[in-house]
Ligand binder design. Structure first.
Ligand code: CDP
Length: 223
């Protein structure tokens, strides 16, 4: 049995969790799960059903009734909401504007966390999100919290999205990221924060490969 089986990566918006987590999983031959996609799918379902954002019970009920499936494919993660592949709609501005509100609802998190734990059951997994090291996999073998300045994260996000959203300024991207971070940090249920035993990596000025290499060092140190 390898000593490291579960790796939790958390951090604020656009801190590089997804690309770092994916590359790390590939390197280790592990499964990869980006839990943010599940919250984004829940937010999309809310928009499709016009569920009231102020009705926690209705939001929780909606998420327990829809089917959200996440599959790791050679072309990246694909997400199905009921039978529809909604992957390409999950990063639009309507979803992004409400996802943190939907994710703050306890009943929504209960449903999604249960699915995430089921997916982690076979082991050998890199899971990324906001509460993986603190809640979902609180006993993960390795926990990493990625930090970067808001300016750097906004630049990265703008570059990622520039083709589809060329007119958005870095300043407006930064404003939206910071608003989402604030909501994620201030919520009562599973707020965004590093686990006490997380390695905190500040990634300003580091390449993706450098961050992956740092995490691989934590893994090999355990073996
Ligand atoms: O890619 P980015 O960092 O911008 O966001 P994401 O990881 O796709 O997550 C979108 C939103 O889902 C976050 O702002 C949180 O509100 C929520 N989320 C969460 O509450 N818990 C998680 N484990 C993952 C995401």
């Amino acid at each position: 049995m390898p000593k490291v089986s579960t790796i939790a990566i958390d951090g604020p918006a656009a801190s590089g969790k997804t690309v770092v987590g994916r590359n790390l999983a590939q390197k280790l031959g592990f499964q990869f799960l980006d839990t943010g996609l599940m919250y984004r799918a829940a937010a999309l379902a809310t928009l499709q059903q016009s569920t009231s954002l102020s009705d926690d019970a209705a939001l929780a009920n909606l998420v327990s009734e829809v089917s959200i499936t996440v599959t790791d494919t050679p072309n990246g993660m694909r997400v199905h909401l009921n039978d529809e592949d909604v992957t390409d709609s999950l990063h639009n501005s309507e979803v992004e504007a409400i996802v943190s509100r939907v994710a703050a609802v306890t009943g929504v998190r209960t449903v999604l966390v249960e699915k995430q734990r089921e997916m982690a059951e076979p082991g050998s997994i890199v899971m990324v999100g906001r509460d993986i090291g603190t809640v979902v996999l609180a006993d993960a073998d390795i926990k990493v919290f990625l930090e970067a300045s808001a300016e750097e994260r906004a630049r990265r996000r703008q570059a990622e999205r520039s083709q589809s959203d060329a007119k958005t300024s870095v300043a407006s991207v930064q404003e939206k990221l910071e608003a989402r971070d604030l909501q994620d940090k201030q919520r009562t249920e599973s707020p965004l924060k590093p686990a006490d035993d997380a390695h905190i990596l500040v990634t300003d000025g580091l390449s993706i490969d450098q961050v992956v290499t740092e995490i691989v060092k934590f893994v090999t140190a355990r073996e």
